[in-house]
Design a protein around this ligand. Structure first.
Ligand code: SF4
Length: 888
């Protein structure tokens, strides 16, 4: 058994992972106890990494215009067409769009090629959608994109404020660390600031369900409160008076009105903050993804700077990133307004980077960032784009327009690990990249910790490392000397050397002490937090301990903030506010987590969560399909009613896309409104309306093998091994069932068109059919007027088990798997041990009244702990039901 130490490829927590590969090629995944980000913990996504390593759906060779080609042909094609476009239209006509999934070494080469040699800064990244406002906030306050804190500070704080962050689901291991600290020190206060009551509120001493988007007002009010009580800290600040003048009108009364909170709860929060020395404020996409995200970040930082709550253990403003290597991208300059290694586009920086890289072609000014970039593609100004490791057709705002832009673009190159994504569907050139477990490099997590992602699997098919692909194209463009890399360690050394080049303490990012690592030392590199310099060879856990910043005068800035609400207020046509976000068991656009069957059992279909009264006002019932629309697009999802949702607000997960559901890209509803300083889109806010979707019939179909989606208005794919399982709903009449089946099977292999059927039909619209190929059941189809409740696991097992007597298989399949209580009661709550809501409710009724008791009886919640808030909610729900029954 070989054990490989590597890093999780999902969120910015950056957990250490042990991957043990057996002689038979099986991979066992566990948390790395030696990694300082997680000390052995993993959330359910990380724990399920082993389920995602198969090659199903992988892009394994280069393709041009839909045909397989040799690497040389693909690389020649890319280089020749890029050169032709640059020659004719100039370097501004081409663009790269990268990703926080790229390794730092890949990112570095892409950035160097585009900004240093092609000579355009049109290199942006999906990190623009995630944390560009956090970057801007730090740069304005500190003069550098420098996150002051470590995860350890969350544990050492006496108060942790979580703002715009459903940490329990989006950064589960950070949440687990906080939970454990609170269990050990119950006096540690947790304040959650979020319009929704989320799973994170489970441990909150105070939840402030503020008006969506009003966070800057709340923190301006805090600054005013601190100033009034003279809680000025020890830091020497610039512009303090102007910021305080701006904050002056934010009295508790005014703030309460702006934030739709009570004065009592606001002043309680302010008093706690003022009276606690060790406060960490953790913020994430709920703050960043806003038309005033940078101001919100600075409003938070202002409160910490003014009161001096940073630079020592247990304190500071701490933005946590969504992606595994968002920070690595920031280090190399992967955003269009950065040049490289924390340098911008001043004449001095351009000159310095040019001398270091040995080029006179360095881009002279910032390029187009994500939203304007895709608009420039639509307008024909950008004629070639190379997209690496990301799915902008799903993740960008106004996503339908982004797709149309790519469809019109003369040259779309996509490097990806999957053959079919919503974005690869728009590509002319597809380049197969290495996936997690196959690629080798470094990533940096939210606390500035650089860790190794190591390869423990062979490269499949003809897939290659991104840095290699970029290097090959660079050489074909004539830049051979500057792109002669043969190993990622060479790239890392160059990156480290650039960080220290003529730095002299003027730039926060400096890892020059790593510039002389040998290949073997790079291979063995242990996690380390930057800066890593001659004075700090073991890294730096905390910044600003001496109060010095990177502005020319060395002093931090308080930024005057004028809070504003989101750009679009609800109106008569679109009366509801849409909020988007992540769910516990899925990651981004599901290209990897969607492969793990157990991760789709928690929440298996796109849904919209709304307050029961809003649902009633709109004629909507629980579990029915609804149509959500905005001025930009529409989608279908299942209604889920939850009184933890604010009246007038609706939550929809960001993950679903065309590969998993017919019409469920929430990005298509979002307006392309961006923050004026950071360019980050307001993805957390759109005005929408919701209508019932007048479903005539619901269906489910199970087919052996990989089969295309059904011809239905609504469908969702449920991952299952060896079986294509789709849930469906339709507004058109069902007819006699056979016509529909004939239409569907016409799109499949001929064997599916020559089946013998057993079927059952009733006068009230029920139609069940089992399709046989000889003795083999290959299809089970169920349709009826009401939503179905089927025992899916039993149906999978029966379809795959030829040993069962034929009559028994037929009986089970025609009965829909003879539904058990667990199926009837819905989703899997504990994905680690596959414990469903039905079994949990049964145990609660049997006397389990704590999450610990449920864990003892069913094991649920005893591994990663991500489901504990839901277990507690089920216990509460049961208690409320009993109370109601007694009252009745
Ligand atoms: Fe991976 Fe994030 Fe989960 Fe850690 S918390 S295992 S980094 S998804």
């Amino acid at each position: 058994m070989n054990t490989c130490r590597t890093t999780c490829p999902y969120c910015g927590v950056g957990c250490g992972v042990l991957a043990e590969v057996t002689a038979e090629g099986q991979v066992a995944i566990s948390g790395d106890k030696a990694h300082p980000a997680n000390f052995g913990r993993l959330c359910v996504k990380g724990a399920a990494l082993g389920d995602t390593l198969d090659l199903a759906g992988r892009l394994l060779w280069p393709m041009v215009d839909g045909k397989r080609v040799a690497w040389d042909n693909a690389l020649d094609k890319v280089a020749n067409e890029l050169r032709a476009i640059i020659d004719q239209y100039g370097p501004q006509a081409v663009a790269f769009y990268g990703s926080g999934q790229l390794l730092t070494e890949d990112y570095y080469v892409a950035n160097k090629l585009m900004k240093g040699f092609i000579g355009s800064a049109n290199m942006d990244t999906n990190s623009r959608l995630c944390m560009a406002s956090a970057v801007m906030g730090y740069k304005r306050a500190f003069g550098a994109d420098a996150v002051p804190c470590s995860y350890e500070d969350i544990e050492r704080a006496d108060m942790v404020v979580l703002v715009g962050s459903n940490t329990a689901w989006a950064h589960p291991v950070v949440y687990q660390r906080l939970l454990q600290a609170k269990q050990q020190r119950p006096a540690l206060r947790v304040v959650v600031i979020d319009p929704r009551r989320t799973a994170t509120c489970d441990i909150a001493d105070l939840h402030l369900p503020l008006r969506p988007g009003s966070d800057a007002g709340l923190f301006n009010g805090l600054l005013h409160y601190l100033a009034q009580r003279d809680r000025r800290g020890h830091l020497d600040l610039t512009d303090g008076e102007t910021a305080l003048d701006h904050a002056q009108r934010w009295t508790p009364e005014q703030t309460a009105d702006f934030c739709a909170l009570s004065q009592q709860e606001i002043t309680l929060f302010y008093r706690w903050f003022a009276d606690t020395d060790n406060v960490v404020t953790v913020y994430s996409q709920g703050i960043n993804q806003s038309s005033s995200g940078s101001d919100k970040c600075n409003a938070i930082i202002n409160a910490h700077l003014f009161s001096g709550k940073l630079g020592y253990p247990g304190s500071g403003p701490f933005s946590i990133t969504g992606q595994p290597n968002a920070m690595g991208g920031r280090e190399v300059g992967g955003l269009a307004n950065q040049l490289a290694a924390h340098m911008g586009f001043t004449p001095q920086d351009i000159d310095r980077v040019g001398r270091f890289w040995g080029t006179t072609r360095v881009a002279q000014h910032p390029g187009l960032n994500a939203v304007p970039l895709f608009q420039a593609i639509e307008q024909g100004e950008v004629k070639a784009i190379w997209i690496m490791g990301t799915n902008p057709v799903v993740s960008l705002p106004d996503a339908d327009r982004a797709r149309r832009a790519l469809q019109r673009c003369p040259l779309v190159i996509v490097s990806d690990v999957m053959r079919h994504t919503d974005t690869t569907a728009c590509a002319r050139v597809l380049l197969p990249a290495l996936a997690w477990g196959e690629k080798d490099g470094t990533v940096t997590n939210s606390e500035r910790r650089i860790s190794r992602q190591r390869a423990f699997l062979p490269s499949p098919g003809e897939a290659r490392a991104d840095w290699w692909i970029l290097t090959q194209v660079a050489q074909r463009l004539g830049f051979t000397a500057a792109f002669s890399y043969t190993h990622p360690a060479q790239i890392f050394r160059e990156h480290a050397a650039l960080s220290g080049f003529e730095n002299h303490g003027t730039r926060a990012f400096d890892i020059s002490a790593l510039a002389t690592l040998s290949d073997a030392q790079w291979h063995a590199l242990t996690p380390v937090q930057w800066p890593v310099t001659a004075d700090a060879t073991q890294g730096t856990a905390r910044l600003f301990s001496e109060g010095r910043c990177w502005h020319p005068d060395g002093r931090a800035r308080l930024i005057p903030i004028v809070p504003s609400l989101p750009a679009a207020a609800p109106d008569r046509h679109y009366p509801l506010i849409l909020n988007t976000g992540r769910i516990r068991d899925q990651w981004h656009t599901m290209t990897r987590t969607g492969k793990a069957a157990r991760l789709l059992r928690h929440l298996s279909e796109p849904y919209c969560e709304m307050h029961p009264q809003d649902a009633a006002d709109n004629g909507i019932h629980a579990s029915e399909i609804v149509r959500l629309s905005s001025a930009h697009g529409w989608m279908l999802a299942k209604a889920q009613l939850d009184s933890g949702q604010q009246r007038g607000s609706v939550f929809v997960p960001m993950h679903w896309n065309q590969q998993f559901s017919g019409q469920a890209r929430v990005g298509s509803l979002i307006a392309p409104v961006t923050d004026p300083h950071s360019g980050q889109p307001e993805s957390k806010h759109a005005r929408i309306r919701i209508q019932p979707w007048a479903t005539r019939w619901f269906g489910e179909i199970f087919l052996l093998g990989e089969q295309p989606p059904p011809p239905c208005g609504y469908w969702s794919k449920i991952t299952a091994t060896g079986i294509s399982h789709y849930r469906m709903a339709e507004r058109e009449p069902f007819g006699d069932g056979w016509q529909w089946l004939a239409r569907y099977t016409a799109s499949m292999a001929s064997t599916f068109q020559q089946l013998t059927y057993q079927w059952a039909q009733s006068g009230d619209g029920l139609f069940y059919a089992v399709g046989w190929q000889g003795q083999q059941a290959v299809m089970a189809f169920y349709a009826q007027r009401e939503p179905l409740v089927l025992a899916s696991a039993v149906i999978y097992e029966t379809l795959l088990n030829d040993d069962l007597p034929l009559a028994e298989r037929s009986r089970i399949l025609l009965s829909g798997g003879a539904c058990t209580e667990q199926d009837a009661m819905g989703a899997t709550v504990c994905s680690c041990f596959g414990v469903g809501e039905g079994a949990i409710m049964q145990a609660i009724r049997g006397g389990c009244q704590t999450a610990a008791a449920l864990g003892t009886q069913l094991k649920c919640g005893t591994n990663c702990g991500s489901c504990i808030p839901e277990l507690k909610a089920l216990i509460r729900q049961h208690g409320e039901t009993i109370a109601l029954q007694h009252a009745g």
